[in-house]
Design a protein around this ligand. Structure first.
Ligand code: TYM
Length: 341
């Protein structure tokens, strides 16, 4: 059976981009078609300036939202990355296979490092090595497929490269994974800056729809979305990015196709109004379920406890094999009482 792994970083509130680009597909398709593991990747949230209490809060919230979005712990495994030591064990081994040049070519590293320096901060070493930890997340579970939005495809390709290189040098150990992307909304853009991704760690609140935004806030943000100076409604990502983004969002929310939807509208106003309502309707059941789950934190904790146990059991044999393959001595078993005597 195909195995799927994916994750979300608790570095900010979950956005509509996360939902349309990843979460919804995990819940509607992946968990039913494959043996699936989904992870709140909290270690990744420590790669930039962070507030420890906020990371804990956001980790809990992300796990609750994944359940609210429809992940079913009866059919998939949901857990928190730091609860399973195998991720960091394997990450170090992969650092011994990855190269410095390879890390510095990662687009997200380049963008985030510039942003950190502009803010006057220093760049954490973990920001550079982050894609190796992400590769470890994937390879530890022998995942065949990694459902992600566009921005993570380069990182999944690195995981592929590291798997192939490790297998070649040290013998077959890892499944070589591949990224899968949604047909529409693989890159939802910021409503105020439609040439930049809608990112949860960004500061531009009015351009970002959060999964837990009230319907009125969603309407306001979508109705105020920056569009282009033209008047006709056409789907052209390069020339009319603001409009294309709205069409992508509407298509993703209604199951349509952005090009055909463009032909249905003759004004920006009606497109914005319908898009706002479509988003409100998509978020409504997720928010309702989230409210219920918040009233039962013990249930969420139980899911994460069981999930970590299952994840550990699944990752350990592969990571142990990788340790042996790369040249580490197996730990010496505890001497039995009779041997001590
Ligand atoms: P993260 O937390 O930034 O995003 C989680 C998922 O949401 C997708 N996504 C988007 N899709 C469409 N439009 C957007 N504007 C948008 N913003 C985010 C992301 O592509 C992702 O699929 N490094 C990863 C987390 C991670 C991971 C992994 C993912 C760590 N280890 C192993 C897969 C497998 C990240 O920061 O995603």
């Amino acid at each position: 059976m195909t195995r799927v792994f994916s994750g979300i970083k608790p570095s900010g509130h979950v956005t509509l981009g996360n939902y349309l680009g990843a979460l919804r597909r995990w819940a509607e398709v992946d968990q039913h078609q494959a043996e699936s593991l989904f992870c709140v990747v909290d270690l990744h949230a420590l790669t930039v300036e962070h507030d420890p209490a906020r990371v804990r809060r956001l980790s809990r919230q992300a796990a609750t939202l994944l359940l609210a979005a429809g992940l079913d712990p009866e059919v998939c495994t949901l857990f928190v990355q730091s609860h399973v030591d195998e991720h960091t064990r394997l990450s170090y081994l992969l650092e011994c296979v990855a190269t410095d040049g390879e890390m510095r070519r990662m687009i997200q590293y380049k963008e985030k490092a510039v942003r950190e320096r502009e803010r006057g901060g220093s760049v954490r070493l973990s920001l550079l090595t982050y894609p190796v930890l992400m590769a470890a997340d994937i390879l530890a579970y022998g995942a065949d497929e990694v459902p992600v939005g566009d921005d993570q495809v380069q990182h999944v390709e690195l995981a592929r490269d590291l798997a192939v290189r490790f297998n070649h040098r040290y013998g077959h150990t890892f499944v070589v994974p591949r990224a899968t992307r949604p047909q529409v909304a693989a890159r939802v853009m910021n409503l105020q800056e439609p040439t930049s991704k809608m990112g949860k760690s960004d500061d531009s609140g009015p351009g970002i729809v959060y999964l837990l935004d009230e319907p009125e806030a969603v309407r306001k943000k979508v109705l105020r979305a920056v569009t282009d100076s033209g008047r006709d409604v056409v789907y052209d990502r390069a020339e009319r990015p603001g409009l294309a983004n709205l069409l992508d969002i509407l298509a993703a929310c209604t199951g349509g196709n952005p090009e055909s939807l463009a032909a249905v509208y003759d004004s920006y106003g009606s497109l914005k109004k319908d898009t706002a309502e479509a988003v409100v309707e998509v978020l409504r059941p997720v928010q309702a379920r989230h409210r219920e789950l918040c009233a039962d934190p013990a249930y969420v904790e139980g899911v994460l406890r069981d999930g970590a146990e299952k994840a550990r059991a699944s990752a350990r044999p592969t990571v142990d094999t990788a340790c042996r393959a790369i040249g580490l001595l197996p730990p010496v078993a505890e001497p039995s009482l009779s041997a001590v005597r």
